[in-house]
Design a protein. Structure first.
Length: 227
């Protein structure tokens, strides 16, 4: 025997429906509108994940007269996946352009690789660390990683300059100041409650630290004759 839907009117005038396997099912009828009327009962139902409905739950849905299902969560997931793919494509283009600029500025394709490669590896390491700490990567993380590469390249250029060979103390004082300001600024964003700000702030902070480590281990100061 089928299990009938159980309707309970809550304090907001919504109708709570018990569909087995799906939680927080509401009939959005009875809600006051701006013109003093009310939304019609049975016209719009909101629910959690209807994919989890049991057979009894699907029968309850059909008995309620649902004719069309709009999966907003699925649409958002597809949209974010498309943005993520575009973000990766644009990031690849940005890296290619960054390499060209470095090669022209340094007058050396090999020199550009030595500067850019450790920073790219740092960005990959930063992404891996975020995933390891259960931070799901979104398009905002990818944008922040590209920003991190731009910041890290500046560190690598400082470390690769002939000046770095002459005065290591001055080099690290400079790097400490510029990295400190970046970590302070984006560190504040990392504690933001807004997901976008949190993603950008946390990613840049992790990326900056990784860039400093990789650049410090890999990049060597150029000789005076290479300037």
């Amino acid at each position: 025997m089928s299990i009938p839907s159980i309707a309970v009117i809550d304090e907001l005038g919504r109708r709570a429906l018990a569909w087995d396997g799906c939680v927080n099912v509401r009939d959005l009828g009875g809600i006051p509108t701006e013109d003093g009327a009310q939304t019609r009962r049975g016209a719009v139902i909101r629910a959690d994940n209807i994919g989890a409905l049991s057979d009894a739950g699907w029968r309850a849905l059909a008995r309620h007269g649902v004719a069309r299902i709009v999966d907003l969560r699925g649409e958002i997931t597809l949209m974010m996946a498309a943005y993520r793919e575009r973000g990766l494509a644009y990031s690849a283009i940005g890296l290619a352009l960054m390499y060209v600029v470095l090669a022209v500025g340094l007058r050396s394709f090999g020199g550009a690789v030595k500067v850019l490669l450790p920073i790219v590896l740092a960005a990959v390491a930063a992404a891996a660390m975020l995933i390891a700490f259960w931070e799901p990567l979104t398009v905002f993380h990818y944008v922040a990683l590209l920003l991190t590469v731009g910041i890290g390249v500046n560190y690598a250029l400082l470390m690769a300059s002939p000046v770095a060979r002459r005065d290591r103390a001055a080099l690290w004082r400079t790097i400490a100041v510029v990295s400190g300001t970046a970590l302070t600024t984006f560190g504040v964003l990392a504690f933001a409650h807004a997901p976008v700000l949190h993603a950008i702030g946390l990613t840049v902070c992790v990326g900056v630290i990784a860039s400093l480590v990789f650049a410090g281990l890999v990049v060597q100061p150029a000789a005076e004759s290479d300037a």
